[in-house]
Design a protein around this ligand. Structure first.
Ligand SMILES: Cc1cc2nc3c(=O)[nH]c(=O)nc-3n(C[C@H](O)[C@H](O)[C@H](O)COP(=O)(O)OP(=O)(O)OC[C@H]3O[C@@H](n4cnc5c(N)ncnc54)[C@H](O)[C@@H]3O)c2cc1C
Length: 326
């Protein structure tokens, strides 16, 4: 018998959503066009509690990060391999302004408990992590294919609505560009990163100074990321590669070889909060999107809201509900 719920898209949003529905015993099916243009394929999966030039503590980090850790650890336990890894971030001051921001915010205790020891060049950020998104998504896809829960190929959420009681759109950029949720005030920020071969990095430390360098195993790291607001192309560009090579030279301070380049589009909203909820005109259409630059932090939270909504009728958090834009 066909399940009532169809999830369209198996990036980070659709993966976490399906995981939560499975845990709640809610039957579902997934349709996914493939990872080629998924933002999740370009994402480093870093959860960094303090970000940006103004050194801002990530929104709701104190609750969202432990919740994300629990879910990714649960998935890792079932998969028999860890997807979550704890990191420290070595945040180097890019200029005097950043040093002053750190001094002022530290003095006021605003960065606690995440800002650690400091010196003249920078400070340590504790409580960071990395979720191995390519491995997680590939494992989940293989599992769902084996269980007959996933159809590889595109689906039209509006058309699928005729056959399913609830269609939850997790197609990221595609949903923001066309379809029933395209009218929300989306904004786009294309990002690119480099895969590099490099020896001698501390594998427990993410280097960060405007850009980041993330160790992803012995002799390998990812360096990112560019920001191109408004840009929606998904093909890597020579300009971004040149910019990232300069950033990698400064951050890594040792020889490296570029082995790959990835590109994706961060989909976000004016308030930089993600979106989970039902369509105001057709409640049989739902959405899980707008993860922006914080997919690893936000996706577990959105998926849990859908689970609680379907199990007990719980309302969506107003900070995530699409009705906040009406
Ligand atoms: C360079 C870069 C670095 C980043 N770094 C980080 C980071 O360090 N930490 C972090 O938390 N976030 C990071 N992000 C953000 C993160 O990538 C996104 O927030 C997240 O991946 C979005 O996931 P999603 O599931 O919403 O969309 P996507 O990953 O884009 O997934 C959408 C899925 O839907 C499928 N699809 C599309 N249309 C259809 C259709 N019609 N039918 C069926 N399937 C369809 C696609 O094939 C895809 O699999 C980064 C992003 C970029 C670009």
């Amino acid at each position: 018998m066909r399940p009532e719920v169809l999830i369209v898209g198996q990036g980070l949003a659709g993966t976490l959503l399906g995981w939560e529905l499975a845990r709640a015993g809610i039957p579902f099916h997934v349709a996914d066009a493939g990872p080629a243009v998924a933002a999740s394929r370009a994402a480093a999966g870093i959860i960094n509690p303090i970000t940006g030039r103004r050194l801002v503590k990530a929104w709701r980090i104190e609750t969202l990060s432990p919740a994300a850790r629990t879910v990714f650890a649960e998935i890792g336990a079932v998969a028999g391999r860890p997807f979550w890894r704890d990191f420290r971030v070595r945040r180097l001051f890019a200029d005097a302004g950043e040093r002053a921001a750190w001094a002022a915010k530290s003095a006021r205790g605003e960065l606690a408990p995440y800002a650690g020891a400091a010196d003249a060049e920078g400070f340590w950020i504790e409580g960071a992590a990395r979720v191995d998104l390519p491995a997680l998504l590939a494992w989940m896809r293989a599992e769902w294919l084996a269980q007959g829960l996933l159809t590889a190929g595109p689906a039209d959420p509006t058309e699928a609505r005729r056959r399913y009681g609830l269609v939850i759109d997790c197609t990221g950029l595609a949903a923001a560009r066309s379809g029933p949720f395209a009218g929300l005030p989306w904004s786009f920020d294309q990002g690119q990163m480099l895969e590099v071969a490099v020896a001698g990095l501390d594998e427990d430390v993410i280097l960060n100074c405007r850009h980041w360098a993330l160790p992803v195993g012995p002799g390998a790291a990812w360096c990112g990321a560019t920001h191109a607001p408004g840009e929606t192309g998904t093909e890597p560009t020579a300009g971004a590669r040149a910019q990232l090579e300069i950033a990698a030279q400064a951050l890594l301070a040792r020889p490296f070889t570029v082995t790959g380049q990835r590109c994706g589009v961060r989909v976000t909203t004016p308030d930089r909060r993600p979106v989970a909820g039902r369509h105001p005109e057709d409640p049989g259409l739902g959405l899980c999107n707008g993860l922006g630059a914080k997919g690893a932090l936000f996706a577990p939270w959105l998926a849990r809201q859908w689970r609680e909504h379907l199990v007990s009728g719980a309302a969506f958090d107003p900070a995530a509900d699409p009705r906040r834009f009406v």
